[in-house]
Design a protein around this ligand. Sequence first.
Ligand code: ZN
Length: 289
Amino acid sequence: MSGTPYTYHGPEGEALPLVFDSPHSGTEVPPYVCPAAPREALMTGSDLFVDRLYGAAPRHGCALIAAAFPRWMIDANRAPDDLDAELIDGAWPGSINPGRKTLQGMGVIRRYALPGVPVYGRRLAVAEIQRLFREHYEPYHEAVRRELDQCHARFGAVWHVDCHSMKSRGNAMNDDPGRERPDFVVGDLEGQSAEPAFVACAVDTLAGMGYRVNVNDPYKGAYLVRAYSNPGRRRHSIQIELNRALYMDESRFEPHQGFDALARNLEILIRALAGFVRARIGREKRGKP
Ligand SMILES: [Zn+2]
């Protein structure tokens, strides 16, 4: 692999402090990474095509950043110390702070692709893990952080949408095994990562198009919204999970006939969120609260 481990599409026309990121839609694997799990098992953890589904974002004044690398290789939506000691060959030089998901095999570097299906089937050397951080995880986070910081510096506020897709039913590694999922799950860390009106704008726009929308159930948001949100300092982040059955054949990993309609509806969502942000910064320019 060459170049940056992410794609960046900047705003076209009038820029708004609204940033979309897609950390799990990448598929590029460098030649030095050799998983043991079958491709089909690895692909189930991927939010395939999510970057394309939100492809209209730049036309509405928003930056769109998407990881080029797959989540199974290194997960940009986990904290850097959320490591699985069982996966490391040797002594890790930093601190290790595995979360609950990590103990289920879904840490920053995944141990399991699917229940009972190890990604590598061996431990990784410290230097291998450090290279994954250096060449993939860290540049992705730098790109997201830079964009959010530049927007915040220019406008005094920033709104961030962390974009994902979810299997239509959870498996044994998920918090809701076997349960049928709604069309969308909007997460705000139980009210901690964004102003309620921004969450409501997303939820109401989606529900207004007839989608079944949950809030924080079963997904509240994870590292990306936690790391970059601070509503008290006017940094607002939400996570949006969308049901893969809306746009892809989940066993063949291909878009299906619903893809274009979903992309059009996501453009309606993007336009609504852009309108929200424009009103927020416009209102404040005129000195109202
Ligand atoms: Zn995801």
